[in-house]
Design a protein around this ligand. Structure first.
Ligand SMILES: [Zn+2]
Length: 243
């Protein structure tokens, strides 16, 4: 085969692949590093699908609330196996938003800052625990960069141990849709200063769910987590398409 023939063949395959992506959703996952932690661990971001509608799901912004990390790993696998779920949308996953806290089993980053109080929400409240100023920590800056890049239409942040579906911003219906598919009650905890919920929900007006798994989720294996909470995450991805 000549060089021009093989180029032509490559072009045809590329066009077919793009066409498949467009009509059926596309499952190929790309992983990028969106920032580094204080101790120089990469903060990874996975993108699955190419559609306009974007769902951001992040786990383990509190390093000692880590059950969300195996859960989103199982979710990514499910999405790759079920490309129809990606038709018209993409799912962006941050599997470990606080990698140093995850390694040290700590709520905080290694500067002792609660990353979920370090966002530039209108209610940001500077302190040692919240940070001297909004986005003073590299981890919160990395998450903010993902928000800026993808402009998600809804967000799910996975925590423990309160065992409820909390929400901020215009997310009451989204919370209800998720609540129909798991045994966690929908319950508003109230907006914390400088939290991702306050920033995304109140300042940006983006629906955001704080998906609070129970403490017992820490001792559940990946498959049990998926059986208990997977359908609820799928409901968030499919929203507002019901049933
Ligand atoms: Zn938490």
């Amino acid at each position: 085969m000549s060089a021009s023939q093989s180029l032509r063949r490559f072009q045809i395959i590329a066009v077919l692949a793009l066409g498949m992506c467009f009509f059926t959703g596309c499952t190929s996952m790309t992983t990028t590093v969106v920032g580094m932690s204080v101790e120089d661990r990469p903060i990874e971001c996975q993108r699955i699908g190419f559609g306009r509608d974007t769902v951001l799901i992040l786990a383990t912004i509190h390093g000692n609330e880590a059950a969300g990390t195996p859960l989103v790993s199982r979710l990514a696998e499910h999405l790759e196996e079920n490309p129809k779920l990606l038709k018209g949308r993409k799912v962006v996953i941050i599997p470990v938003a606080n990698p140093d806290g995850y390694v040290h089993n700590s709520r905080f980053n290694v500067n002792g800052v609660d990353l979920n109080r370090n966002f530039p929400a209108d209610n940001f409240d500077a302190s040692q625990r919240h940070g001297a100023y909004a986005l003073c920590e590299p981890e919160s800056r990395a998450i903010k960069a993902v928000l800026d890049k993808f402009k998600p239409s809804r967000i799910v942040s996975i925590h423990q141990p309160v065992a409820c579906i909390d929400y901020d911003g215009p997310a009451a219906e989204l919370a209800a849709a998720m609540g129909q598919r798991t045994n966690l009650p929908v319950k508003r905890i109230g907006s914390r200063p400088g939290s991702l919920g306050s920033y995304a929900g109140l300042t940006l007006n983006t629906p955001i769910i704080t998906f609070e798994l129970p403490a017992t989720a820490s001792s559940m294996d990946r498959e049990s987590l998926w059986n208990a909470y997977g359908e609820s995450l799928i409901a968030a991805i499919r929203y507002p398409d019901g049933a």
